[in-house]
Ligand binder design. Structure first.
Ligand SMILES: Nc1nc2c(ncn2[C@@H]2O[C@H](COP(=O)(O)OP(=O)(O)OP(=O)(O)O)[C@@H](O)[C@H]2O)c(=O)[nH]1
Ligand SMILES: [Mg+2]
Length: 314
């Protein structure tokens, strides 16, 4: 297949088109996307997949730009994907991402893809897994996924990456940062960003607070490390990358175990996706579905019961 060959050859335009294809929800794109993913499978780079999460404005894009540049300087090829659950309604932070990633955006060894997260339509997760697979096909050895850590998105991203890094701000407090317990539970490490200028002491206090909180949360088990640094000055990036590599480099048993679990979860998600799509395609031609929507909207029956009735009749 032409597109797959172009992706494998490192053609950036083809890469962008391929990601659009696998993210597409149009029924007529599904078959081509399947062929593409099947062709790329196992043929690209075995990348290190890293999720970067944290509250709005904590510095995720700036951090990705800094870490990505640090890595391309060390001859890595870095792809950046963004999962923004809000952009479907707000029109997106695409511009914001590009302006925050000025270095990577013009780095020949980097590829920045601000994803609209359009899959959030209808409550279906964006197809970040597929986009990661395409980037690996194109030979990227590191894939960084930025996601706003205020909802379910970061928990979903945790199921797609080898390592999840939570960014926090000095002295902001969890309440203020809008950080849910969930993300702290799934994070592999915490990075206290913006430890520059006047904020060094505050950053150290925040580090101590997180170390204590994570100690309570994880007990004697695996305890995520807490780093302090700055996306502006680049301090602390080295230490974080070492931690990421320990867990997420090829050959790591933790990574192998996670990927096996994630592949099973991906199959489940794909089954859900495809079953729902197939069912809705069948029902679209019948008046039963429209009648069912009317019925539940009017409060005449429980949606759950109606769903079962529709399925039984299909
Ligand atoms: N002093 C300081 N400011 C920083 C640092 N990192 C980011 N900032 C600033 O924080 C602001 C937000 O940075 P972004 O990188 O856009 O933050 P974000 O988390 O990606 O934001 P959203 O994508 O909107 O959630 C910008 O004004 C950055 O310049 C840092 O290390 N030190
Ligand atoms: Mg951002």
């Amino acid at each position: 297949m032409e597109l797959a060959d172009a992706v494998l050859a490192g053609d950036r335009l083809a890469l962008a088109r391929a990601i659009t294809l696998v993210e597409s929800r149009r029924a007529e794109d599904e078959a081509a996307a399947d062929v593409l993913l099947a062709t790329l499978h196992g043929r690209g780079r075995d990348s290190v997949r890293v999720g970067i999460s944290g509250p709005p404005g904590v510095g995720k894009s700036t951090f990705v730009d800094a870490l990505g540049s640090f890595l391309t300087a060390d001859s890595h090829k870095v792809a950046v994907l963004a999962v923004d659950p809000s952009s479907a309604t707000t029109g997106g932070s695409i511009l914001g991402d590009k302006t925050r990633m000025t270095r990577l955006a013009r780095d020949p060894n980097a590829f920045v893809r601000p994803s609209p997260g359009s899959g959030a339509l209808g409550g279906v997760a964006p197809r970040t897994r597929e986009a990661i697979a395409v980037c690996e096909g194109a030979g990227f050895g590191v894939v960084l996924v930025e996601t706003i850590g205020v909802g379910q998105s970061e928990i979903a991203v945790a199921g797609m990456v080898d390592f999840l890094l939570l960014l926090v701000q000095p002295d902001a407090g969890d309440e203020l940062q809008g950080i849910k317990r969930g993300i702290t539970e799934v994070a592999d490490a915490v990075f206290v960003n913006k430890a520059d200028g006047e904020r060094h002491a505050a950053a150290q206090r925040t580090r101590a607070e997180y170390e204590q909180a994570l100690g309570l949360l994880h007990g004697a088990g695996r305890r995520p490390a807490v780093f302090v640094g700055s996306a502006h000055t680049g301090s602390g990036l080295d230490g974080v990358w070492q931690a990421i590599r320990t867990v997420a480099a090829p050959g790591s048993p933790t990574r192998a175990r996670r990927r096996a679990e994630q592949a099973r979860a991906w199959l489940d998600a794909a089954l859900h996706d495809q079953l729902v799509a197939r069912f809705l395609a069948q029902q679209a031609a019948t008046p039963a579905l429209a009648a069912a929507y009317h019925e539940v909207a009017a409060g005449l029956a429980s949606p759950r019961v109606v769903a079962r009735r529709l399925l039984a009749a299909s």
